[in-house]
Design a protein around this ligand. Structure first.
Ligand code: PHE
Length: 355
């Protein structure tokens, strides 16, 4: 039991604590329990008492202190809870409310083409590879049987990067073919890969951009022939353009890294633009049987293994498929263009004709 003085101190304190707000509560705590607070002062006064009186008063003052401390904690808990409840009520969100109409994003036609190619070749057992935009001169040219000073280097309008005195020369890759080399140096046959990616040439007009995209293909196995090349390309092009039995023509050509070499043409109508209709031909890429020198450069025995390679221009086939007539629009990031030619992210690329 507390003496009357302490009792009235306690009653007064409890009354004030019971109605204090957060700030008031802190002030009360300081005035009661702080360094110079009334309860603290009482505790200090114990020092001057004789042992008997100290014992009795000590018990009472400590009881008083405990009751005040508990009351402050209880009030603080009540205030915290009320504050949280108020915040929850104020910040309530209605999860059933329909979202603000946001413009939907779209998949860029080149990304879409890449996805479709991956789906079609994936079904034929090809893996997807990539390589760096900055290539060594050796991977981009020499290993592909294009020696220094060969006219093919000039033909490709190469961007050269300035080399430091002891550095090997580097270029922005002019085609995806260096990934043939990277793959053959690191993997043994059988090899079946496609390589979609960025390529660079110093060229700029309505049909050429200094940065553009290609997709390389490479197959190295025993007993691979030109018939496999033509079959594979025909299946791919039919599936990609959604035209069964699309006419595909291989036209003799020259690339240093294939022998024999062929341009790949598809049938179309110049008049109507219809793919697979009409009697005209349109070039969409290069191809050939991998040159024995290239295999040997990568430590693959050309007497045991053969293979084919091809390179297709991604902008070219995308423009043809979707009737896009200016190459430069691919890179302008014009939202109106993208909305017109882009694809919904919710309808993924599929194999049109099935493989
Ligand atoms: N790399 C060639 C080009 O960019 C295309 C090609 C690839 C030709 C593979 C033959 C074999 O023109």
């Amino acid at each position: 039991m507390l003496g009357d003085d302490l009792k009235s101190l306690l009653d007064g304190a409890l009354r004030e604590i019971g109605t204090a707000d957060a700030e008031g509560l802190e002030a009360l705590r300081v005035s009661l329990l702080g360094k110079n607070g009334s309860v603290t002062t009482l505790l200090k006064s114990l020092g001057g008492m004789d042992p008997e009186a100290r014992k009795a008063a000590g018990t009472q003052i400590n009881l008083l202190k405990t009751q005040i401390t508990d009351a402050i904690s209880a009030r603080r808990a009540t205030l915290d809870e009320a504050a949280l409840a108020a915040r929850l009520a104020a910040e309530r969100i209605d999860v059933t409310q329909p979202p603000r109409p946001e413009p939907q994003g779209a998949i860029h036609p080149l990304s879409r083409t890449t996805e479709e190619i991956a789906a079609i070749f994936g079904a034929m057992g090809f893996a997807i590879k990539d390589g760096p935009d900055i290539e060594s001169d050796w991977n981009n040219f020499s290993a592909l049987n294009i020696p220094a000073h060969h006219p093919a280097r000039a033909m490709m309008d190469t961007f050269y990067l300035t080399a430091q005195p002891n550095e090997r020369p580097a270029v922005l890759r002019t085609h995806t073919s260096p990934v043939q080399i990277r793959t053959m140096l690191n993997e043994r046959p059988p090899i079946r890969i496609i390589v979609p990616g960025r390529t660079f040439r110093a060229d700029h007009d309505a049909t050429h951009s200094p940065m553009f995209h290609q997709c390389e293909g490479l197959v190295i196995e025993e007993g691979i022939t030109l018939a496999h090349l033509k079959g594979c390309l025909s299946d791919f092009l039919s599936a990609f353009f959604g035209v069964p039995n699309l006419p595909v023509r291989l036209r003799a050509s020259y690339f240093p890294f294939t022998e024999p070499s062929m341009e790949v043409d598809i049938g179309w109508s110049r008049k109507t633009g219809e793919i697979g209709g009409g009697t005209d031909w349109l070039e969409i890429g290069g191809s050939g049987m991998v040159h024995p020198n290239v295999l040997a450069n990568c430590g693959i025995d050309p007497r045991k293994y053969q293979g084919f390679a091809f390179g297709v221009g991604l902008e070219r086939i995308t423009m043809l498929k979707h009737g896009i007539n200016d190459l430069r629009l691919f890179y302008e990031s014009d939202v109106r263009w993208l909305r017109h030619y882009g694809f919904s992210p919710l309808t993924p690329a599929s194999l049109h004709e099935g493989i």
